[in-house]
Design a protein around this ligand. Structure first.
Ligand code: BES
Ligand code: ZN
Length: 645
């Protein structure tokens, strides 16, 4: 009650149709996940009272100002007639808010440019909270069930990256893309930015010629006029705000299969199509395991190299880093991963960011099932061993309480909860369950998890109940297997001692070769590399001893030209190995790499390696040149690591 009064007071204090006066000090309560009773501590919105159901975006893309400007039209369901609509925002300039009632015609039509009897309505922005931005509180007149917010994004919006032509592959045109996960959608559209709130959406995007706008949605040709720079989209399936995505650039399309394709800059598209030629087959293999693909098309958009992630599972249109284009299809695990999210994450979504393992752990597990199904057990095992090593490295560094699967993130940035724990410990738990109950039981169990919760949001509490009901209390462990101690996996730090052991036969041979090479009993020419896949190379580099002589590294480089490797995964690993051991011949390549590539997985370890060698000044000098080209998320992490800003 007190909370409600605070919001009413906030609205009372503001101009009938303008920005609010002094903001309230009472915290605005958070949406609750009804299944677990745990609030989403990362959203101001109150969907139990007023819930957004549909969004229509009409936005102008202004490269000169680095802003998106226009309107977000939001239809709502009012469960509490007295309550205002509360939206999340971050650095948005709100200009005007209007309200209306949807008429019968508007109910089925796109919302983006809906012509309704719009009337100004009172609104106010609450105080800025660390990590979260500010609530936008909107009074809803009686009978109103749709609002239209006129706004502009900030040039430094955390969820957008505006690239200069020089930062693209072709170097001719600027590029814009969004990255909304985890809570950055609010920096480019006002929304209920909680993974527990799903809306359908439509959009009209105006972009300057010769650029094309793409969204993680279906294009709507009837409302598009590409020649006039107008691009329309609809997303009929309800999705959480973190999956709303936009990109604008000079891109072309290549078909991969009947429902799959790739978008990329003109000079990249042919290589991308070659690299991803297995994607159509991948979709079929996942469908066989976990049920139909529910999103129509599956396309991949290759972004410029500043993209801070390997990939982002935007529905219907995965966004991917160009650093997976290796020329030999060796890095397509990333596509398998993003595709797998079409089930784990996009179809069935973590209700809060503390449940991220339900998205990422499931996805890594499925990713490896896809690899096994397409390329065989050895390939999947190698990926699993590399993943286990990542997990062990993370566990060694992290605070124990952060190594639980079920996380408590109140007061923290959800991006800080992002670690290999959700991914690899999560996947390991599912592997443990698979081993104990067998695939005959476990595969249908997962399939029913997805079909039961399709287009819903789920908590760890729901997983516990579903697992008990449909697997662990229904079936006995296979002979010789012990039940899985679920509570230990979810709420204890580290990895239980009886976790499945991950082994890859090929790596035994690689480890032996690395040992012999390091201690001088095997010469560089006789290393058995002829048959090595990139995974074996990665393993080799990772197990080289810390104190290996620099001459050995020089021999490797002379023989295998690692410093000029075209495989960015191998290159990044090699650069890290070299920096950590003071092999300085890589320096020019290192600097060039850090100036052009913004993928955090590569960039963060390289800066950390420089610091570990006591080279803070070099790290800062390179960062000073490179920072402007990095995504706000990468900047944020590196500012902290390097003590800048
Ligand atoms: N959804 C994630 C990326 C993400 C997670 C962005 C959390 C923001 C917050 C994506 O599916 C992912 O996991 N990408 C990985 C690649 C994968 C193969 C492990 C990446 O970018 O490295
Ligand atoms: Zn993922």
């Amino acid at each position: 009650m007190r909370r409600l009064l605070a919001i009413v007071a906030l609205l009372g204090a503001c101009h009938p149709a303008g920005p609010g006066a002094p903001p309230v000090t009472d915290p605005i309560p958070r949406p609750e996940d009804p299944a677990s009773g745990r609030p989403d501590v990362h959203s101001f919105s109150r969907p139990q009272e007023v819930r957004a159901t549909r969004i229509g975006l009409a936005l102008d893309v202004r490269f000169d100002e680095r802003t998106l400007a226009g309107t977000a039209t939001i239809a709502v369901a009012r469960h509490d007639e007295q309550a205002p609509l509360v939206l999340d925002t971050r650095d948005l300039a709100i200009q005007e808010v209007e309200a209306a009632a949807l008429d019968a015609r508007a109910r089925d039509a796109p919302l983006a440019e809906a012509e309704l009897a719009w009337r100004s309505t009172p609104w106010a922005l609450g105080p800025v909270e660390p990590h979260l931005g500010r609530p936008l509180v909107i009074r809803l007149p009686p009978g109103a069930d749709v609002v239209r917010v006129r706004y502009r994004s900030d040039p430094n919006a955390s969820g957008l990256q505006w690239l200069e032509p020089g930062q693209t592959a072709d170097g001719q045109e600027p590029f814009l893309y969004s990255q909304s996960q985890a809570i950055h959608a609010r920096s480019w559209l006002p929304c209920q930015d909680s993974p527990g709130v799903r809306t359908s959406h439509d959009a009209v995007i105006h972009a300057p010629a010769p650029l094309r706008a793409l969204m993680a949605a279906d294009p709507d040709p009837s409302r598009t006029n590409a020649a006039a720079g107008r691009f329309a989209f609809t997303m009929a399936e309800p999705v959480p705000a973190y999956l709303i995505a936009l990109a604008v650039g000079r891109v072309e399309f290549a078909e991969l299969g009947p429902r799959t394709g790739v978008w990329a800059e003109p000079s990249v598209v042919a290589n991308a199509a070659y690299e991803f030629s297995d994607v159509e087959r991948m979709v079929r293999h996942v469908e066989q395991l976990y049920g139909p693909y529910r999103w129509g098309r599956y396309d991949v958009l290759v972004l410029p190299p500043a993209f801070p992630f390997g990939g982002m599972e935007n529905p219907k249109l995965t966004f991917a880093t160009p650093t997976i284009i290796a020329g030999d299809r060796s890095l397509v695990a990333l596509i398998a991963h993003e595709l797998a999210h079409s089930w784990s994450g996009n179809l069935v979504t973590n209700a809060t960011w503390g449940d991220l393992w339900l998205n990422e752990g499931f996805t890594v597990y499925i990713e490896r099932r896809i690899l096994e199904s397409l390329y065989g057990r050895d390939r999947a095992d190698m990926e699993a061993v590399l993943g286990r090593q990542d997990l062990d490295d993370a566990l060694a560094e992290m605070a124990p309480e952060d190594t639980r699967l079920r996380l408590e993130l109140a007061g923290r940035d959800p991006d800080d909860g992002l670690s290999d724990v959700a991914y690899e410990k999560g996947a390991l738990l599912l592997t443990a369950l698979e081993h104990v109950y067998g695939r005959e039981r476990f595969d249908p169990f997962l399939q029913s998890w997805f079909s039961t919760h399709a287009f819903g949001s789920v908590s760890t509490v729901q997983f516990e109940a579903f697992l008990k009901e449909h697997l662990t209390s229904r079936f006995e462990p296979l002979s010789g297997q012990q039940p899985v101690d679920l509570a230990a996996w979810l709420d204890q730090p580290g990895v239980p001692a009886d976790a499945p052991k991950t082994r890859a036969v090929a790596f035994g041979r690689v480890d032996a070769a690395a040992g012999r090479f390091a201690d001088g009993t095997e010469r560089v020419h006789s290393l058995p590399t002829a048959t090595w896949t990139p995974h074996e190379w990665l393993r080799f580099l990772r197990v080289l001893p810390k104190d290996i002589a620099r001459e050995r590294l020089a021999e490797l480089d002379d023989q295998f030209h690692l410093t000029s490797s075209d495989n960015q995964e191998i290159l990044a690993q090699w650069l890290e190995v070299a920096v950590l051991r003071g092999y300085t011949a890589v320096e020019p390549r290192l600097e060039k790499f850090l100036r052009t590539v913004g993928r955090r997985k590569f960039v963060l370890p390289l800066y950390r390696a420089l610091l570990a060698r006591g080279r803070r000044e070099d790290a800062r000098r390179i960062y000073a040149i490179s920072r402007a080209g990095y995504h706000p998320i990468t900047q944020h992490s590196l500012d902290a690591i390097l003590g800048v800003g």
